[in-house]
Design a binder for this molecule. Sequence first.
Ligand code: DAH
Length: 356
Amino acid sequence: MDDLRDKYIDLIGAAGDEATLEDLRVQAVGKKGEISLKMRELGKMSPEERQIMGPKLNALKDEINAALAAKKAGLADAALNERLKAEWLDVTLPGRGRRSGTIHPVSQVWEECTAIFADMGFAVAEGPQIETDWYNFDALNIPGHHPARAEMDTFYMHRAEGDERAPNVLRTHTSPVQIRSMEAGGAPTRIICPGRVYRADYDQTHTPMFHQVEGLAIDKDISMANLKWVLEEFFSAYFGTAVKTRFRASHFPFTEPSAEVDIQCQWKDGSVKVGEGDDWLEVLGSGMVHPKVLRAGGIDPDVWQGFAFGMGIDRIAMLKYGIPDLRAFFDSDLRWLRNYGFASLDVPTIRGGLSR
Ligand code: DAH
């Protein structure tokens, strides 16, 4: 028994890996292992012999098992130490920078508009981008024969063959939301509607999809004076400097009287500065809502009156942030987006002007 013990303790001590240890375990205490076979012989012994040999064999078995476990733990420790010596990491190296995306100038200006008008009590309204011709045209006092329909370069949707209804359109302006919000909320009301609009047009200042923000204020005593104040307040807040406006008599089917509005600016070294000088830049159309339009929205024009305006979001984004070409807004060029985009925590500032 002492020989058995010495033999296995030596072999276990010398084992260099787990596989060898496992072989030794099978040889010694496995089902057919040397020590297990010895234990089977206990049955053939006299009771006296068994009383001496039984505990001794059990103790031997325990000792071998304990030696196996200790060696196994020792091998694992040694392996870990080897790894720790071989693998290392310089935690003082600077991290690899991960570029974060930027906020598109249109999204930024959309938010700026919403915030400024919200301060003046305007809620945000929405409408569908695929409109019926009633909302996009008729309800806004643009009947079928009206030249404004042709001027708008409208995208028409398909109708199934045999369907005689007028085709739906991709809305050509945000003005249909005026009708929808009058229908939904009645008067008095004060809303803006920023959104996408569509016209078949493409050059440096036109893209088939662009953005407008519509404004509508209706009450019993609203006048052009309120319109002028609201717009001057808006532009001054938006451009961060006092901005004069100029109202030029114009014509829109949905307003009477109508005015196109210019903002004060100055061209200098090929770029424009808003809020100084004596040049003017057209930025929006506006007027007093036509009685027919109020009626189309379910509002009594003998009781209520109000103003409306429609402004190009992309246009005022170009002006404020000095972006010369509208088409680049929608090219999804990462270099452009990194240059003109905003970090999510950016505080907007004036970044020079539009180059001519
Ligand atoms: N809908 C016009 C356009 O897209 C802009 C406009 C002009 C909107 C006058 C208005 C308005 O609400 O009163 O060109």
